[in-house]
Design a protein around this ligand. Structure first.
Ligand code: URA
Length: 207
């Protein structure tokens, strides 16, 4: 599996803001939005393009656009804070939604929403979820996408645990990972360490 770590100094600075426990919800959301812009920019480097004929004020010109804009799939709740900025970067993209809660007792994913096109054959899909911890929510989402014939899936995350990266790797699914940092590991409640806490709570407040 291809793992692309976006370790640009500006990405590291925004991630530091997000990790800092004194960062309030509003500043956390702003840093996540900025960082999402960088992750999407990097995730689309090398994406296939096609020629588009335009006219500059001077002459006819062959311009460029993305050949196939990716379907954006935020994983609710935490992925909501990434979708607006990702969509701003690729306004022609369509958006699907997957909702997965976390059972705090077992750390198992509890799916509650699935709103996706029926057929994803030939369409790149970007799954937006800030935290790749055990990989449970991400694998649930990827299973849904693969069952709809997706073969080109990118997990766009802020922080990953090695355990989550390994889970994606061993799944055998057609996925690559674009992430700002791979942290040390999971604690005994499956939170990423050093991490940034609960990415949903940090954006929206506690449930
Ligand atoms: N989900 C989060 O929001 N944070 C973690 O550390 C792990 C899963």
């Amino acid at each position: 599996m291809q793992v692309q770590i976006v370790d640009h100094p500006l990405a590291a600075a925004r991630l530091t803001t997000m990790r800092d426990k004194t960062t309030d919800n509003a500043r956390f959301r702003a840093a996540l939005s900025d960082l999402t812009q960088m992750l999407i920019y990097e995730a689309l480097a090398g994406a296939p393009t096609e020629s588009v004929p335009i006219e500059t004020p001077l002459i006819a010109f062959a311009g460029t656009r993305l050949a196939t804009p990716p379907l954006l799939v935020p994983v609710l709740r935490a992925g909501l804070g990434m979708v607006e900025q990702a969509h701003a970067m690729v306004p022609e993209s369509h958006v699907g939604f997957v909702g997965v809660a976390r059972d705090e007792a077992t750390a198992q994913p509890v799916p509650y929403l699935e709103s996706l096109p029926d057929d994803l054959a030939g369409l790149p899909v970007f799954v937006l979820d800030p935290m790749l911890a055990t990989g449970g929510s991400m694998l649930h989402t990827i299973d849904l996408l693969v069952s709809r014939h997706a073969t080109d899936i990118t997990a766009v995350c802020v922080v990953a645990a090695p355990e989550g990266v390994a889970a994606l790797e061993t799944s055998g699914h057609p996925v690559r990972l674009v992430v700002a940092a791979v942290d040390d590991g999971l604690d005994d409640t499956s939170y990423i360490v050093p991490g940034l806490g609960d990415a949903g709570d940090r954006q929206f407040g506690p449930r």
